[in-house]
Design a protein around this ligand. Structure first.
Ligand SMILES: NC(=O)c1ccc[n+]([C@@H]2O[C@H](COP(=O)([O-])OP(=O)(O)OC[C@H]3O[C@@H](n4cnc5c(N)ncnc54)[C@H](OP(=O)(O)O)[C@@H]3O)[C@@H](O)[C@H]2O)c1
Length: 323
């Protein structure tokens, strides 16, 4: 990253832009929308893009980045690109090939951040996540500490600048941090975090270990039918959030993002709409008072939109712990 403006320093000395653009898309949305959105996101000023092999849009994200580099809009070093290792590639011999496949899709020599997507291994296969006869994933037994060693090797090989985890609870982080021979600490833990699940305990734990908490679902998720209960509360319609928004003359989405930023969290925000993309970048332009922060703290109800039930049978399922 060339600009340090609105960036957060990671524990390995690199900087992460304090707002990221999310690229998950539900199955029914065509990939062309992801390509268009990534073009727009870079044009309006996003420099931190969050993707994953599991989202199946790395090629589109790569095309958008390359075309913006060719057009002189950005340089590679201006961009901060995150991708993730899917659960079916935990076996040590599969990690680097999986990363190399992501790099090829993204048309990049390196990514800025590479994450273990979940602490739960699924039976191995580079291209698929095998299902049992009931349509559930076949779970595996690889220890994520062994997988981590391969991420460390990928960093040493220059294929990634920083390495981290996603969806780890504090006990799993603790186990990784206490791993004998640990070479690099995870720089971040990317987890669901928003006004209804403010993650105060996990955030305190991460801060105490110099690990950045990156928030997904910061706006209450896209409410994709496949994964989110359609009866769950709509975060951005919350009446108290809407009152705070009115008082501050900002939208509920901006208040939801600013609340996280002021607590030292790096939020991700997804949108396919240019006006929303532009609006979300205003997160750095205003401040919430301590009273408003307290009011917003009161909205927490430890409510999770994405409980990853498909992994719930595994002993490493992360969301049975309080935090
Ligand atoms: N590590 C993991 O396991 C994991 C899991 C889930 C997600 N993620 C990452 O986190 C990213 C963000 O999560 P997410 O995609 O579920 O959704 P999100 O960012 O919480 O919410 C996206 C939704 O908010 C709406 N929105 C955005 N800006 C708005 C604004 N200014 N005003 C009103 N509405 C606005 C969008 O509406 P429109 O439809 O109108 O654009 C979209 O439906 C993902 O894309 C992905 O990169 C990671």
């Amino acid at each position: 990253m060339s600009s340090k403006l609105h960036c957060v320093k990671l524990n390995d000395g690199h900087f992460i832009p304090a707002l990221g653009f999310g690229t998950y898309k539900p199955k029914e949305v065509p990939k062309s929308k992801s390509l268009e959105a990534a073009h727009l996101a870079i044009d309006v000023g996003y420099r931190h893009i969050d993707t994953a092999s599991a989202y199946q849009v790395e090629e589109e994200i790569g095309q958008a980045i390359q075309s913006k580099i060719k057009a002189g809009v950005v340089k590679r070093e201006d961009m901060f690109i995150t991708t993730k290792l899917w659960c079916s590639c935990f076996r040590t011999e599969m990690v680097r090939p999986a990363l190399e496949k992501s790099l090829k899709n993204l048309q990049l020599d390196y990514v800025d951040l590479f994450l273990i997507h979940y602490p739960v291994p699924i039976k191995s296969s580079v291209d698929e996540s095998p299902l049992d006869e009931k349509g559930k994933f076949l779970l595996d037994t690889v220890d994520f500490c062994d997988t981590w060693e391969m991420l460390e090797k990928c960093k040493d090989a220059g294929l990634v600048k920083s390495i981290g985890v996603s969806n780890f609870n504090h006990k799993q982080l603790e186990r990784l941090l206490n791993k004998p021979g640990l070479k690099y600490k995870p720089v971040c833990n990317q987890v669901e975090c928003h006004l209804y699940l403010n993650q105060s305990k996990l955030l305190d734990y991460c801060k105490s270990k110099d690990i950045v908490l990156v928030a997904y679902g910061a706006l209450g998720t896209q409410r994709y039918k496949e994964w989110v209960d359609q009866n769950s509360p709509v975060l951005l319609d919350d009446p108290i959030l809407c009152d705070v928004a009115k008082k501050n003359k900002r939208s509920p989405a901006l208040i939801a993002l600013r609340y996280l930023f002021q607590r030292g969290v790096v939020p991700l925000a997804q949108s396919f709409k240019e006006n929303e993309m532009r609006e979300n970048l205003q997160v750095f332009e205003f401040q919430l008072s301590p009273e408003d922060m307290k009011t917003l703290d009161g909205l927490n109800k430890n409510f999770r939109y994405l409980s990853a039930e498909f992994l719930a049978d595994h002993p490493e399922y992360p969301f049975s712990e309080e935090y």
